[in-house]
Design a protein around this ligand. Structure first.
Ligand SMILES: CC(C)(COP(=O)(O)OP(=O)(O)OC[C@H]1O[C@@H](n2cnc3c(N)ncnc32)[C@H](O)[C@@H]1OP(=O)(O)O)[C@@H](O)C(=O)NCCC(=O)NCCS
Length: 253
C-alpha cells in the first residue's frame, strides 16, 4: 500500500512536469515567431504583449483543466476524506501532495491580481471550482486571501473574504494533518487578517471581525458578529448600531 501511494506521488509529479512543459508551448512558439519574423509590421509589434497575455491565458486554462481533471484525479485522491493523517505515513504524504496540488494553479492565477475585481469575483472563485472549491454567487475573495484545501471549502452567496485572511480545510498539528470541511454560509464576512480553521461552520449572515480567528471545528451561529482569538460573540448582526456612532468616533479624535 505504501509503495502504491509513493508511486502515485511519483506519477503525479511526472505528469505535472510534462503538462507544464506542454502547457507553455503556445508562449514558446509565439516568442519564437515574434523573434524570428523580420517583417512583423508595426501593428503586430505593438500588439505582441497582448498576444503573449492571450497565450498565457490559454496556458493557464489548459493547465488548470488538464491538471485538475486528469492528473490530480488520476493520481491523487481528488476529494480528501476528513480525518487525521500521520504526516510521515505514505497516506499522509499523499494527502500533503494533494493539498499542495492546487498551489501551482493558484500561483499561475496570481498574474491576474493586477485586475483585483475580475480576479476576486470571476477568475479565482470560478476557476478554483476545477479543484473542488464550492462557491456561490457574488462571492468576493480579495487578491491577498488564502483559500487552502479548495476541495474542502464552501463559501455561500454574497460572502466576502478579507485580505490576508486564511480559509482552510486542513491543519498541520504536531506530526498529523487534520482534514475537515469548512463552510462559510451566505452573506457572511470574514474580516481582514483573520483565520478560519478547518472544520469551521459559519451560519448565514455572520461576521468575523478583523484579526480574529475561529478555531478548528468551531461553529458560528447565523446572524452573529464574532471577534478575537479565539473568536467570541460580540453581538447579534441585526442589533441596531447607534446612528451617531460614526459621528461619535470622529468627534473622539
Ligand atoms: C467586528 C466588527 C464588524 C464590529 O464592528 P462594530 O459592531 O461596529 O463594533 P465596535 O467597533 O463598536 O466595537 C465593539 C467592541 O468590540 C471591539 N472590537 C471590534 N472589532 C474587533 C476586532 N476585530 N478584534 C477585537 N476587538 C474588536 C472594540 O474594541 C469594541 O470594544 P469595547 O466595547 O471594549 O470598546 C468590526 O470591528 C470589524 O472587525 N470589521 C472588519 C472589517 C474588515 O476587516 N473588513 C474587510 C477588509 S476591507
Amino acid at each position: 500500500m505504501s509503495l502504491v501511494n509513493d508511486l502515485r506521488i511519483v506519477l503525479y509529479f511526472a505528469l505535472t512536469c510534462i503538462l507544464l512543459v506542454v502547457s507553455f508551448f503556445p508562449e514558446g512558439w509565439l516568442v519564437y515567431f515574434l523573434v524570428t519574423t523580420s517583417d512583423l509590421g508595426l501593428i503586430h509589434f505593438l500588439l505582441s504583449p497582448l498576444y503573449l497575455f492571450l497565450a498565457y491565458s490559454f496556458t493557464v486554462l489548459f493547465f488548470g483543466v488538464f491538471h485538475s481533471q486528469i492528473v490530480v484525479r488520476l493520481t491523487l485522491p481528488f476529494l480528501i476524506k476528513p480525518g487525521i493523517y500521520p504526516r510521515y505515513s505514505s497516506q499522509g504524504r499523499l494527502i500533503a501532495v494533494r493539498i499542495a496540488a492546487d498551489g501551482i494553479f493558484k500561483s499561475m492565477l496570481k498574474v491576474y491580481t493586477a485586475l483585483p475585481f475580475v480576479w476576486g469575483i470571476f477568475l479565482f472563485p470560478q476557476l478554483m471550482r476545477l479543484y473542488g472549491l464550492k462557491v456561490g454567487k457574488n462571492v468576493y475573495i480579495t487578491t491577498r486571501t488564502y483559500i487552502e484545501t479548495a476541495g474542502l471549502v464552501e463559501i455561500g452567496d454574497n460572502s466576502f473574504i478579507g485580505y490576508n485572511s486564511v480559509v482552510t480545510g486542513h491543519a498541520n498539528e504536531g506530526t498529523s494533518i487534520v482534514v475537515s470541511p469548512t463552510k462559510v454560509g451566505k452573506n457572511c464576512m470574514v474580516g481582514t487578517y483573520s483565520i478560519v480553521a478547518c472544520g469551521v461552520e459559519f451560519g448565514d449572515n455572520s461576521i468575523l471581525g478583523a484579526k480574529s480567528g475561529v478555531i478548528k471545528g468551531q461553529k458560528i451561529p447565523p446572524n452573529e458578529v464574532w471577534i478575537g482569538l479565539p473568536a467570541k460573540k460580540l453581538r447579534n448582526r441585526k442589533e441596531k448600531v447607534s446612528e451617531n456612532r460614526w459621528k461619535d468616533t470622529q468627534e473622539k479624535r
